[in-house]
Write a protein that binds this ligand. Structure first.
Ligand code: KPL
Length: 322
């Protein structure tokens, strides 16, 4: 563990976190304080050298966490991007020139589309994606709860990232969280997208916890067609074939396992934030159309959720730290 870093500077072995929401704060809390810090929003001068928040670990123990705002990123050895999907490209554009060329960038976004946009934008930089089942929520601006332990899979999104997977995993292992290398990271992201596509829009439209969708007519009337659309697109994208029945079973299993949870999309709508619908059902609808497939249920859910979101202009401009 490094000692004696000047406040605000990074250093060899430093992990910076871009996006101080629940997931970013979970990683920052679990990584050693000397080696983890947050990237301030471009142009913003943090009012204090450290970000301070209350953190409840998965055993229910409370901690006060203080992590540096990193103003100099020139020696950084890892960047975790935990912004909302819609903010990712613009947030990275603001800081990427300050990072060393070889610094791996790990993307934690929900859904699909934002990861490909980043990998295509900077093909020479090592870009990786992560899919996590760690559950964290943020009931207040400076309060984060690690609700349940899970696993985080990390894999390369481009050629430049292939050799960085092991060092990235080693660096993240200092958090004590469970991390695994995943060669087929797109399959993992797809699996998560299926679950989010089958739960999140229904919870947002019905304004209900995850488990309640299972008996709701809106869900029961559309879930089979939704799963048909997902299965068809997955095959067209070259993923291992999945039956619609299998997809429905995984969606229902997660809805039951997280029965009392408020989904991220319901929470976004309730808090007046932009949702990630464009990267979940919207991504399915757009890719299906591009490949000559029909996805009317994904399209309908996308449109209906967008009608709910009161601030459509926030899609690209919302706070990184919300
Ligand atoms: O990932 C989720 C989310 O809320 O975005 C689920 C799995 C639906 C759990 O709430």
């Amino acid at each position: 563990m490094r000692q004696g870093l000047k406040p605000g500077t990074s250093g060899d072995g430093t992990t910076a976190i871009l996006g101080a929401g629940a997931l970013g704060r979970l990683w920052a809390a679990c990584l050693p304080s000397e080696t983890a810090g947050f990237v301030p929003k471009s142009g913003a001068v943090p009012s204090a050298p450290v970000l301070t928040y209350q953190f409840t670990d998965h055993l229910g123990h409370g901690h006060v966490i203080q992590r540096r705002w990193l103003t100099d990123l020139s020696d950084l050895s890892l960047l975790l991007v935990t912004t909302k999907a819609g903010n990712t490209l613009s947030a990275l554009e603001e800081v990427v020139d300050q990072l060393p060329e070889a610094c791996p960038i790990v993307l934690f976004q929900n859904g699909l589309g934002s990861q490909q946009a980043v990998a295509n934008h900077w093909p020479q930089r090592p870009v990786l994606a992560a899919s996590t089942t760690e559950a964290a929520n943020r009931p207040g601006p400076d309060v984060v709860i690690h609700a349940a332990r899970g696993c985080t899979w990390v894999g390369p999104l481009n050629e430049a990232a292939r050799t960085t997977v092991d060092p990235v995993i080693q660096q993240l292992a200092a958090s004590g969280l469970t991390i695994q290398a995943e060669d087929q990271i797109l399959e993992r992201l797809w699996h998560k997208l299926v679950v989010n596509a089958g739960i999140n829009p229904f919870t947002a439209l019905l304004d209900c916890p995850n488990g309640d969708i299972l008996t709701a007519p809106l869900f029961l009337d559309h879930i089979d067609q939704l799963c048909l659309e997902l299965a068809a697109l997955m095959s067209a994208e070259g993923l291992p074939p999945q039956t619609p029945e299998h997809l429905r079973a995984s969606i229902e299993q997660v809805a039951r396992a997280t029965t009392a949870n408020t989904s991220s999309m319901r929470s976004d709508v309730r808090n007046g934030r932009a949702t990630e619908i464009d990267y979940i059902n919207g991504h399915v609808a757009a890719r299906s159309q591009a490949l000559g497939l029909n996805a009317p249920v994904n399209q309908m859910l996308t449109e209906r959720v967008k009608q709910l979101a009161p601030y459509p202009d926030q899609k690209h401009g919302a706070s990184l730290h919300g």
